[in-house]
Ligand binder design. Structure first.
Ligand SMILES: Cc1cc2nc3c(=O)[nH]c(=O)nc-3n(C[C@H](O)[C@H](O)[C@H](O)COP(=O)(O)OP(=O)(O)OC[C@H]3O[C@@H](n4cnc5c(N)ncnc54)[C@H](O)[C@@H]3O)c2cc1C
Length: 246
Protein backbone atom coordinates (compact mmCIF):
# COMPACT_ATOMS: atom_id res chain seq x y z
CA UNK A 1 0.00 0.00 0.00
CA UNK A 2 1.31 3.47 -0.86
CA UNK A 3 1.85 5.37 2.38
CA UNK A 4 -0.25 8.53 2.81
CA UNK A 5 1.87 11.67 3.07
CA UNK A 6 1.08 15.33 3.52
CA UNK A 7 3.11 17.92 1.60
CA UNK A 8 3.00 21.37 0.12
CA UNK A 9 2.55 21.60 -3.62
CA UNK A 10 2.49 24.33 -6.24
CA UNK A 11 -0.02 24.71 -9.05
CA UNK A 12 2.04 24.55 -12.25
CA UNK A 13 -0.61 24.35 -14.94
CA UNK A 14 -4.31 24.57 -15.73
CA UNK A 15 -6.16 23.15 -18.75
CA UNK A 16 -9.75 24.00 -19.64
CA UNK A 17 -11.41 20.66 -20.44
CA UNK A 18 -14.99 21.97 -20.86
CA UNK A 19 -16.79 25.16 -19.84
CA UNK A 20 -16.98 23.99 -16.21
CA UNK A 21 -14.27 21.34 -15.90
CA UNK A 22 -10.60 22.18 -15.45
CA UNK A 23 -7.51 20.04 -14.97
CA UNK A 24 -4.97 21.38 -12.47
CA UNK A 25 -1.36 20.19 -12.44
CA UNK A 26 0.35 20.08 -9.04
CA UNK A 27 4.08 19.59 -8.63
CA UNK A 28 5.39 16.81 -6.41
CA UNK A 29 8.52 18.18 -4.71
CA UNK A 30 11.63 16.16 -5.58
CA UNK A 31 12.32 15.30 -1.92
CA UNK A 32 8.81 13.87 -1.29
CA UNK A 33 8.58 10.07 -1.82
CA UNK A 34 4.97 10.30 -2.99
CA UNK A 35 3.66 7.30 -4.93
CA UNK A 36 0.14 6.28 -5.84
CA UNK A 37 -1.87 3.70 -7.76
CA UNK A 38 -3.84 4.57 -10.87
CA UNK A 39 -7.28 5.79 -9.79
CA UNK A 40 -6.53 6.75 -6.17
CA UNK A 41 -7.52 10.10 -4.69
CA UNK A 42 -5.90 12.79 -2.56
CA UNK A 43 -7.23 15.42 -0.18
CA UNK A 44 -6.51 18.93 -1.36
CA UNK A 45 -6.38 21.85 1.06
CA UNK A 46 -6.28 25.41 -0.25
CA UNK A 47 -6.29 28.76 1.48
CA UNK A 48 -9.60 30.41 0.70
CA UNK A 49 -9.44 33.92 2.22
CA UNK A 50 -12.47 34.91 0.15
CA UNK A 51 -14.61 32.70 2.46
CA UNK A 52 -12.96 33.82 5.74
CA UNK A 53 -13.63 33.93 8.62
CA UNK A 54 -15.88 30.83 8.27
CA UNK A 55 -13.62 28.92 5.88
CA UNK A 56 -10.08 30.36 5.72
CA UNK A 57 -9.02 26.98 4.30
CA UNK A 58 -11.02 24.23 2.63
CA UNK A 59 -10.27 20.55 2.06
CA UNK A 60 -11.90 18.30 -0.54
CA UNK A 61 -11.15 14.90 -2.09
CA UNK A 62 -10.05 14.72 -5.74
CA UNK A 63 -9.11 11.72 -7.86
CA UNK A 64 -5.70 11.75 -9.50
CA UNK A 65 -6.38 11.87 -13.24
CA UNK A 66 -2.91 11.02 -14.54
CA UNK A 67 -1.07 7.69 -14.34
CA UNK A 68 1.63 6.85 -11.79
CA UNK A 69 4.55 7.00 -14.19
CA UNK A 70 6.96 9.01 -12.05
CA UNK A 71 6.37 12.32 -13.86
CA UNK A 72 6.83 14.49 -10.76
CA UNK A 73 3.31 15.88 -10.79
CA UNK A 74 -0.31 14.92 -10.30
CA UNK A 75 -3.28 16.14 -12.30
CA UNK A 76 -6.72 16.77 -10.79
CA UNK A 77 -9.77 17.17 -13.05
CA UNK A 78 -12.36 19.25 -11.25
CA UNK A 79 -15.96 20.08 -12.07
CA UNK A 80 -16.63 23.62 -10.88
CA UNK A 81 -20.00 24.33 -9.29
CA UNK A 82 -21.47 27.85 -9.19
CA UNK A 83 -22.46 27.29 -5.57
CA UNK A 84 -19.49 25.11 -4.69
CA UNK A 85 -16.80 26.45 -2.37
CA UNK A 86 -13.45 24.86 -3.22
CA UNK A 87 -14.30 24.12 -6.85
CA UNK A 88 -15.33 27.76 -7.29
CA UNK A 89 -12.08 28.90 -5.67
CA UNK A 90 -10.15 26.66 -8.06
CA UNK A 91 -11.89 28.13 -11.08
CA UNK A 92 -12.06 31.78 -10.10
CA UNK A 93 -9.18 32.48 -7.71
CA UNK A 94 -6.44 29.88 -8.22
CA UNK A 95 -3.33 31.06 -10.07
CA UNK A 96 -0.18 29.40 -11.37
CA UNK A 97 2.22 29.32 -8.43
CA UNK A 98 -0.51 29.07 -5.76
CA UNK A 99 0.59 26.86 -2.89
CA UNK A 100 -1.73 24.14 -1.61
CA UNK A 101 -1.48 21.05 0.58
CA UNK A 102 -1.91 17.52 -0.70
CA UNK A 103 -2.58 14.58 1.60
CA UNK A 104 -2.71 11.04 0.27
CA UNK A 105 -2.94 8.85 -1.64
CA UNK A 106 -6.15 7.17 -0.45
CA UNK A 107 -8.63 4.57 -1.64
CA UNK A 108 -9.06 1.12 -3.13
CA UNK A 109 -10.66 2.43 -6.30
CA UNK A 110 -7.56 1.72 -8.35
CA UNK A 111 -6.08 -0.56 -10.97
CA UNK A 112 -2.86 -2.52 -10.57
CA UNK A 113 -1.05 -4.69 -13.13
CA UNK A 114 -2.38 -8.26 -13.04
CA UNK A 115 -5.67 -7.34 -11.37
CA UNK A 116 -7.87 -8.18 -14.40
CA UNK A 117 -7.61 -8.68 -18.14
CA UNK A 118 -10.89 -6.99 -19.04
CA UNK A 119 -12.34 -3.97 -17.26
CA UNK A 120 -15.28 -1.61 -17.65
CA UNK A 121 -14.69 2.04 -16.77
CA UNK A 122 -18.04 3.71 -16.20
CA UNK A 123 -18.09 7.39 -15.29
CA UNK A 124 -20.61 10.19 -14.96
CA UNK A 125 -19.46 13.78 -15.54
CA UNK A 126 -16.04 14.38 -13.95
CA UNK A 127 -16.27 10.79 -12.61
CA UNK A 128 -14.07 9.91 -15.57
CA UNK A 129 -11.07 11.50 -13.78
CA UNK A 130 -9.76 8.32 -12.06
CA UNK A 131 -10.54 6.33 -15.23
CA UNK A 132 -8.21 8.56 -17.24
CA UNK A 133 -5.30 7.65 -14.96
CA UNK A 134 -6.09 3.94 -15.21
CA UNK A 135 -6.29 4.04 -19.02
CA UNK A 136 -3.06 6.00 -19.33
CA UNK A 137 -1.32 3.53 -17.01
CA UNK A 138 -2.51 0.46 -18.93
CA UNK A 139 -1.60 2.00 -22.28
CA UNK A 140 1.83 3.34 -21.25
CA UNK A 141 2.76 0.08 -19.51
CA UNK A 142 1.41 -1.89 -22.51
CA UNK A 143 -0.60 -4.15 -20.20
CA UNK A 144 -2.78 -6.83 -21.84
CA UNK A 145 -6.05 -5.41 -20.55
CA UNK A 146 -9.19 -4.81 -22.59
CA UNK A 147 -10.78 -1.51 -21.51
CA UNK A 148 -14.44 -0.71 -22.14
CA UNK A 149 -15.03 2.95 -21.35
CA UNK A 150 -18.59 4.20 -20.93
CA UNK A 151 -19.12 7.82 -19.93
CA UNK A 152 -22.27 9.86 -19.63
CA UNK A 153 -22.59 13.62 -19.69
CA UNK A 154 -25.29 16.16 -20.43
CA UNK A 155 -24.32 17.59 -23.82
CA UNK A 156 -21.56 16.97 -26.39
CA UNK A 157 -19.86 20.15 -25.09
CA UNK A 158 -19.47 18.41 -21.71
CA UNK A 159 -17.35 15.53 -23.05
CA UNK A 160 -14.10 15.40 -21.08
CA UNK A 161 -10.75 14.20 -22.57
CA UNK A 162 -12.40 13.57 -25.94
CA UNK A 163 -9.33 14.17 -28.15
CA UNK A 164 -7.06 12.15 -25.83
CA UNK A 165 -9.48 9.24 -25.67
CA UNK A 166 -10.07 9.09 -29.41
CA UNK A 167 -6.29 9.27 -29.95
CA UNK A 168 -5.73 6.36 -27.56
CA UNK A 169 -8.54 4.37 -29.15
CA UNK A 170 -6.99 4.92 -32.58
CA UNK A 171 -3.44 4.03 -31.56
CA UNK A 172 -4.19 0.94 -29.41
CA UNK A 173 -6.32 -2.15 -29.87
CA UNK A 174 -7.51 -2.47 -26.28
CA UNK A 175 -9.53 0.70 -25.62
CA UNK A 176 -13.18 0.95 -26.69
CA UNK A 177 -14.81 4.33 -26.04
CA UNK A 178 -18.57 4.94 -25.77
CA UNK A 179 -20.19 8.23 -24.74
CA UNK A 180 -23.83 8.77 -23.98
CA UNK A 181 -25.42 12.21 -23.96
CA UNK A 182 -28.31 12.68 -21.54
CA UNK A 183 -29.60 16.00 -22.94
CA UNK A 184 -29.06 15.76 -26.70
CA UNK A 185 -31.91 18.14 -27.62
CA UNK A 186 -30.62 21.01 -29.74
CA UNK A 187 -27.19 19.43 -30.26
CA UNK A 188 -25.70 17.64 -33.24
CA UNK A 189 -24.93 14.15 -31.87
CA UNK A 190 -25.12 10.82 -33.68
CA UNK A 191 -23.98 8.60 -30.81
CA UNK A 192 -25.71 7.02 -27.80
CA UNK A 193 -28.26 9.10 -25.88
CA UNK A 194 -29.92 8.76 -22.47
CA UNK A 195 -28.75 7.68 -19.04
CA UNK A 196 -26.67 4.53 -18.68
CA UNK A 197 -29.13 1.62 -18.69
CA UNK A 198 -29.18 -2.16 -18.83
CA UNK A 199 -29.18 -2.25 -22.64
CA UNK A 200 -26.11 -0.01 -22.83
CA UNK A 201 -24.22 -2.02 -20.20
CA UNK A 202 -24.98 -5.29 -21.99
CA UNK A 203 -23.77 -3.83 -25.28
CA UNK A 204 -20.59 -2.14 -24.00
CA UNK A 205 -19.44 -4.39 -21.15
CA UNK A 206 -21.41 -7.67 -20.80
CA UNK A 207 -20.55 -9.71 -17.68
CA UNK A 208 -19.34 -12.68 -19.75
CA UNK A 209 -16.40 -10.66 -21.09
CA UNK A 210 -15.84 -8.15 -18.29
CA UNK A 211 -13.94 -9.14 -15.15
CA UNK A 212 -14.07 -5.91 -13.14
CA UNK A 213 -16.37 -2.90 -13.21
CA UNK A 214 -15.23 0.54 -12.04
CA UNK A 215 -18.00 3.10 -11.48
CA UNK A 216 -17.37 6.69 -10.32
CA UNK A 217 -19.08 10.07 -10.29
CA UNK A 218 -22.18 11.66 -8.77
CA UNK A 219 -23.66 9.44 -6.05
CA UNK A 220 -27.05 8.98 -7.70
CA UNK A 221 -25.50 7.83 -10.98
CA UNK A 222 -23.02 5.50 -9.26
CA UNK A 223 -25.73 3.87 -7.13
CA UNK A 224 -28.01 3.43 -10.14
CA UNK A 225 -25.31 1.76 -12.27
CA UNK A 226 -24.22 -0.47 -9.39
CA UNK A 227 -27.84 -1.56 -8.87
CA UNK A 228 -28.24 -2.35 -12.57
CA UNK A 229 -25.04 -4.39 -12.59
CA UNK A 230 -26.04 -6.35 -9.49
CA UNK A 231 -29.75 -6.81 -10.05
CA UNK A 232 -30.19 -6.86 -13.83
CA UNK A 233 -26.84 -8.24 -15.02
CA UNK A 234 -26.25 -10.50 -11.97
CA UNK A 235 -22.72 -9.22 -11.46
CA UNK A 236 -21.36 -10.21 -8.05
CA UNK A 237 -20.59 -7.17 -5.87
CA UNK A 238 -16.98 -8.34 -5.52
CA UNK A 239 -16.54 -7.47 -9.20
CA UNK A 240 -17.80 -3.89 -8.80
CA UNK A 241 -15.52 -1.13 -7.51
CA UNK A 242 -17.41 2.07 -6.93
CA UNK A 243 -16.64 5.58 -5.78
CA UNK A 244 -19.59 7.88 -5.13
CA UNK A 245 -18.70 11.56 -4.74
CA UNK A 246 -21.68 12.80 -2.72
C1 LIG B 1 -13.22 10.01 -3.21
C2 LIG B 1 -13.69 11.28 -3.91
C3 LIG B 1 -13.08 11.65 -5.10
C4 LIG B 1 -13.52 12.80 -5.77
N1 LIG B 1 -12.92 13.14 -6.96
C5 LIG B 1 -13.36 14.24 -7.63
C6 LIG B 1 -12.76 14.60 -8.90
O1 LIG B 1 -11.83 13.95 -9.40
N2 LIG B 1 -13.27 15.70 -9.55
C7 LIG B 1 -14.30 16.44 -9.03
O2 LIG B 1 -14.72 17.42 -9.66
N3 LIG B 1 -14.86 16.13 -7.81
C8 LIG B 1 -14.42 15.06 -7.12
N4 LIG B 1 -14.97 14.77 -5.89
C9 LIG B 1 -15.95 15.71 -5.31
C10 LIG B 1 -15.19 16.83 -4.53
O3 LIG B 1 -14.58 16.26 -3.37
C11 LIG B 1 -16.09 17.98 -4.05
O4 LIG B 1 -17.21 17.42 -3.39
C12 LIG B 1 -16.56 18.90 -5.16
O5 LIG B 1 -15.44 19.50 -5.81
C13 LIG B 1 -17.47 20.01 -4.63
O6 LIG B 1 -16.79 20.73 -3.65
P1 LIG B 1 -17.12 22.29 -3.41
O7 LIG B 1 -16.36 22.75 -2.22
O8 LIG B 1 -16.93 23.05 -4.68
O9 LIG B 1 -18.68 22.25 -3.13
P2 LIG B 1 -19.37 22.34 -1.68
O10 LIG B 1 -19.18 23.70 -1.15
O11 LIG B 1 -18.90 21.18 -0.85
O12 LIG B 1 -20.88 22.10 -2.05
C14 LIG B 1 -21.72 23.21 -2.35
C15 LIG B 1 -22.72 22.87 -3.43
O13 LIG B 1 -22.03 22.47 -4.63
C16 LIG B 1 -22.83 21.58 -5.33
N5 LIG B 1 -22.15 20.27 -5.43
C17 LIG B 1 -21.05 19.89 -4.77
N6 LIG B 1 -20.68 18.64 -5.12
C18 LIG B 1 -21.60 18.22 -6.00
C19 LIG B 1 -21.78 17.01 -6.72
N7 LIG B 1 -20.92 15.95 -6.60
N8 LIG B 1 -22.83 16.91 -7.56
C20 LIG B 1 -23.70 17.94 -7.70
N9 LIG B 1 -23.58 19.11 -7.06
C21 LIG B 1 -22.55 19.25 -6.20
C22 LIG B 1 -24.08 21.40 -4.58
O14 LIG B 1 -25.04 22.29 -5.07
C23 LIG B 1 -23.66 21.73 -3.17
O15 LIG B 1 -24.77 22.08 -2.41
C24 LIG B 1 -14.57 13.61 -5.22
C25 LIG B 1 -15.16 13.22 -4.01
C26 LIG B 1 -14.74 12.07 -3.38
C27 LIG B 1 -15.40 11.69 -2.07
Amino acid sequence: MSKALSFETEVTGVVLETMDVLTFRLAIPADIPFSFKAGQFIKLTAETPEYAPEHPTLTRAYSISNAPLGQGYIDLTVKCYEDGHLSKHLREVTYIGELMTVEGPFGDFCFEAGQASSIALIGGGAGVAPMRGMMEYIIEKKLPVQMHYLASCRTPQDLIYLATLLGWQESTNNLHVTHTITRPEGHSWAGQTGHIDQRMLLKVCPPETTELYYVAGPTEMVKSVRKLLKEELNVDKSRILWEPWG
